[in-house]
Ligand binder design. Structure first.
Ligand SMILES: NC(=O)c1ccc[n+]([C@@H]2O[C@H](COP(=O)([O-])OP(=O)(O)OC[C@H]3O[C@@H](n4cnc5c(N)ncnc54)[C@H](O)[C@@H]3O)[C@@H](O)[C@H]2O)c1
Length: 307
């Protein structure tokens, strides 16, 4: 399997590191900055004798080297700075996304695209449009990250191990994230039985603001350790054809009463990409929130045509 990572900034390089250390695939790391991906690849290869992994990584500025990729992770683009919303990145990153996808699609026509660049939902739609790929082969990473943040915050609140916490978020990567308290558990116990409603609201709001909290602390740039872990979870499901169900930004075709829009949904991932949108049991309020998130994304995607 060959996985290309486009953009060798913080998210791209940590993703490349996790992929090559895990031995999941041959990795091609590409960036427009001359020599940067080559330097990162060499540095990683020099870690291989110590860490004991195969040094299967190439750094390049030439899209010819990405040809024949099975999976392409797109992290190219500007990150947020303190005070910025993800939507402030729309114009600048739309131009980058069109350029990247145009270059990738010709050399890797059978690839599965995982979009990471923000604003995530809109950039995923744009990548699908610009590539012309079937929608099941284009998806975005947000839900795995948002769910991991929520799981960590619940674990911290209750003094539990993060691995004992299950939780899933759907909807958009931003203010319209949909948290599902009825689907969250700690050591198998339903979360709403363990904390009061005010605590639930506080944990969900901290998750919605999770990216901004890190941006404010870093002062420059945005999160990358948890995002790269989330990307690699998606790549792993695809390259191992595991059929794992993960929350991803996927193309809805009528599920939950939503159609023809990219939005965060539980999806079964395998060698063909998004192989099924899984329909969880949602109540009326949860459904309404999910549909509202989808309509917000649809409206923003219409704005993309004018950029
Ligand atoms: N979906 C998510 O949950 C999530 C999480 C974290 C970051 N992000 C987003 O990921 C993106 C990258 O974040 P980062 O922290 O790695 O930023 P960064 O600034 O560290 O890296 C971005 C890299 O993209 C490269 N680049 C720019 N234009 C390019 C092009 N046309 N072709 C190839 N490479 C190009 C830059 O040279 C730079 O090396 C941002 O848009 C950020 O908002 C999304």
């Amino acid at each position: 399997m060959k996985v290309t990572v486009v953009g060798s900034g913080f998210v791209g390089q940590t993703t490349a590191m996790r992929l090559v250390e895990d031995g999941l695939a041959e990795v091609c790391l590409i960036d427009i900055i001359e020599d940067k991906p080559q330097g990162i690849a060499l540095d990683l290869k020099e870690a291989s004798p110590i860490e004991g992994f195969e040094p299967a990584i190439v750094g390049t500025n030439d899209y010819a080297d990405t040809a024949g990729s099975d999976v392409v992770v797109i992290t190219a683009g500007f990150p947020r700075q303190p005070g910025m919303s993800r939507m402030d990145l729309l114009g600048k990153n739309a131009a980058i996304m069109r350029d990247v996808v145009g270059n990738i699609a010709s050399g890797s026509p059978g690839a599965i695209l995982i979009v990471v660049t923000n604003p995530l939902d809109e950039m995923t739609f744009l990548a699908a449009e610009a590539s012309g790929f079937p929608k099941e082969r284009v998806m975005g990473m947000a839900g795995v990250l948002d769910s991991a943040r929520l799981r960590y915050f619940i674990a911290e609140e209750l003094g539990a191990s993060p691995s004992a916490v299950e939780a899933i978020t759907l909807g958009s990567h931003g203010d319209s994230m949909v948290a599902l308290p009825r689907h969250a558990t700690v050591n198998g116990k339903p979360l709403p039985e363990l904390v009061d409603a005010a605590t639930l609201d506080r944990l969900f709001q901290r998750t919605r603001d999770g990216g901004a909290e890190i941006v404010a602390l870093l002062k420059s740039g945005s999160a990358y350790y948890a995002p790269s872990a989330a990307i690699v979870a998606m790549v792993r499901a695809i390259v191992t054809d595991s059929k794992a169900v993960l929350p991803v930004c996927a193309w809805a075709t009528g599920q939950y009463g939503i159609a023809d829009v990219y939005v965060g949904l539980p999806a079964r991932l395998g060698g063909k990409g998004v192989e099924e949108i899984v329909e969880l049991d949602l109540n009326d309020d949860e459904l309404a929130q999910l549909r509202e998130a989808a309509e917000g994304i649809r409206a923003k995607c219409e704005d993309l045509a004018t950029l």
